[in-house]
Design a protein around this ligand. Structure first.
Ligand code: NAD
Length: 500
């Protein structure tokens, strides 16, 4: 579908698309598709004030009623799935099924949040004092600022927004400056859900601000935005995290990963190869959970490399809108240059590089298309420990299982991880306290492609935040512990006497 038809299908008007100076290009062919208006810094205080006013009303709306908004958003997303998915492809260069998959993830989290709205459970706690009852209650916290990265331009907002809204928190969204159009289209879908929801949704419940790091900084610095959920590079998190903490706000940080797979001698290599190819080259290596390091047992390393070379040689690289294409473009020239620099460094550290060339034949001109690279490394060198947001797979080897775990954990990031093995001891050890140090650890499944039901996030330089399923909702609420005395006496805890 031509770009103009994709933009029209999501309801973006010619006026909205030409309202300002922020140029938006499609990575598919480098074409400038819009020039949108940026929010100014001077407008930010009003945005925050509106969100605070919305909070005062929304926190009083019963949670199951708030859940109805998540349900309606899910319905509207179902209706808009194809159109929004196509826009994700246009703006990020993901292949069609990944663009659609991203919208499906939004729908899934809306379903999850609608159910969650009746399950914001607290606990009842046994009191040591007679005639007393203790309990915990979860209350809304306030506006939630959501700063998102270019590579999941809409799903990450929905992971945060669906939960925050159900938890009673208004949302202010600052998408990546590289992907404002998907955000604008998503807000239109949200507006349709709000219109159906009715009058008890306050003005300013969900807002969008468009622009760069300065707007993100304004959110991170505002005392009136108690929660900041920031997704992006470790560099960004190292600035935003301390800013939010310094004003005693609550940061939820979802930062870079450097995800690995251990392939043991007993592994089903057929399965492993399929998992490796999907997670290393899917989204052109531009997922936070992309597979970047392969740690293969020496006995199967050569066979694995040969099979991977075969699989990589058949990869269809090209226009992500074309059927059968598996590898689309990188987001921009900078990403392409960073890939080439990393490969050059890896060569200097003794790596044998296969692939990694620019691709110009059979792809739209104007985009940055590359052949995914496999780099056989003599060791886990400095370059391997850095996240390069591109399809580079470094391959190392090990002899003893403990060595594999040590290599695996010896990087600064801690997002996603996996092992391919049929040995139950190795599998359980990998998942144990002495195994993978990541937030996500899988067995016989690659590191990417998480479901919304689990808490998503990672440790170390990945930031420690959790989003999406399980009890991640607690990050969007404040906990209150209450003790009620229904006796006629006033005993003190710990047996303290203070008689007047
Ligand atoms: P980025 O860090 O360049 O930008 C991310 C967002 O942060 C953008 O909206 C940007 O405008 C904003 N930002 C940048 N500097 C800021 C500052 N000083 N203050 C406030 N806001 C600031 O990242 P990117 O290139 O868009 O995305 C790729 C990175 O995101 C990778 O490192 C990837 O691993 C990571 N990522 C992590 C997850 C996760 O869940 N852990 C998910 C997706 C992407």
């Amino acid at each position: 579908m031509p770009h103009a038809s994709v933009l029209e299908a999501v309801g973006l008007t010619a006026r909205e698309l030409q309202a300002g100076a922020l140029a938006v290009r499609s990575p598919i062919d480098g074409a400038q598709v819009a020039s949108v208006r940026e929010t100014t810094l001077a407008e930010m205080p009003e945005v925050v004030a509106k969100s605070q006013a919305a909070f005062r009303a929304w926190r009083e709306t019963p949670a199951p009623r708030r859940g109805e908004l998540a349900r309606l958003l899910g319905e509207e997303l179902r209706a808009a799935k194809e159109a929004l998915g196509a826009l994700v492809t246009l703006e990020t260069g993901k292949i069609i099924s990944e663009g659609q998959g991203e919208v499906q993830e939004m729908i899934d989290i809306c379903d999850f949040a609608a159910g969650l709205s009746r399950q914001l459970y607290g606990r009842t706690i046994a009191s040591e004092r007679p005639g007393h009852r203790m309990s915990e209650t979860w209350h809304p916290m306030g506006p939630c600022g959501v700063i998102t990265a270019f590579n999941f331009p809409v799903a990450v907002w929905s992971w945060n927004a669906a939960l925050a809204l159900v938890c009673g928190d208004p949302v202010i969204w600052k998408p990546s400056e590289k992907t404002p159009l998907t955000a604008m289209a998503t807000m239109k879908i949200m507006e349709r859900a709000l219109a159906r929801f009715g009058h008890d949704a306050p003005d300013g419940l969900t807002q969008l601000v468009i622009g760069g790091a300065d707007l993100g900084d304004a959110l991170a610095s505002s005392r009136d935005v108690p929660i900041i959920s920031a997704t992006g590079s470790t560099r960004m998190g190292s600035i935003v995290g301390p800013k939010v903490t310094a004003r005693f706000g609550r940061p939820i940080l979802e930062l870079g990963g450097n995800n690995a797979m251990i392939v043991a001698p007993s592994a089903d290599l057929e399965l492993a190869v399929r998992a490796i190819v999907f997670s290393a080259v899917g989204t052109s290596g531009q997922r936070c959970t992309s597979l970047r390091r392969l740690i293969a047992h020496r006995s199967i390393r050569e066979e694995l490399l040969a099979r991977l070379a075969g699989a990589y040689s058949g990869l269809a690289i090209g226009d992500p809108r074309d059927e059968g294409v598996l590898v689309g473009p990188l987001i921009d020239q900078r990403a392409r240059d960073a890939m080439m620099q990393a490969l050059e460094k890896a060569r200097g550290e003794g790596g044998a590089v296969a692939g990694g060339e620019d691709v110009s034949a059979g792809v739209p001109s104007g985009g940055h298309y590359v052949r995914p690279a496999i780099v056989a490394m003599p060791a886990q060198t400095a370059t391997v420990t850095v996240e390069t947001f591109a399809p580079i797979l470094y391959v190392m080897h090990y002899e003893a299982f403990e060595e594999a775990i040590a290599l695996h954990n010896n990087v600064p990031q801690g997002l996603s991880s996996c092992i391919f093995t049929q040995d139950i001891r190795e599998a359980e050890c990998f998942l144990s306290a002495v195994g993978s140090d990541c937030g996500i650890a899988n067995v016989n499944i690659g590191p990417s492609g998480a479901e919304v039901g689990g808490a998503f996030g990672g440790e170390k330089e990945t930031g420690g935040g959790r989003e999406s399923g399980s009890d991640a909702w607690k990050g969007y609420m404040r906990r209150q512990t209450s003790t009620v005395n229904y006796s006629a006496a006033l005993p003190l805890a710990q047996g303290v006497k203070f008689d007047l």
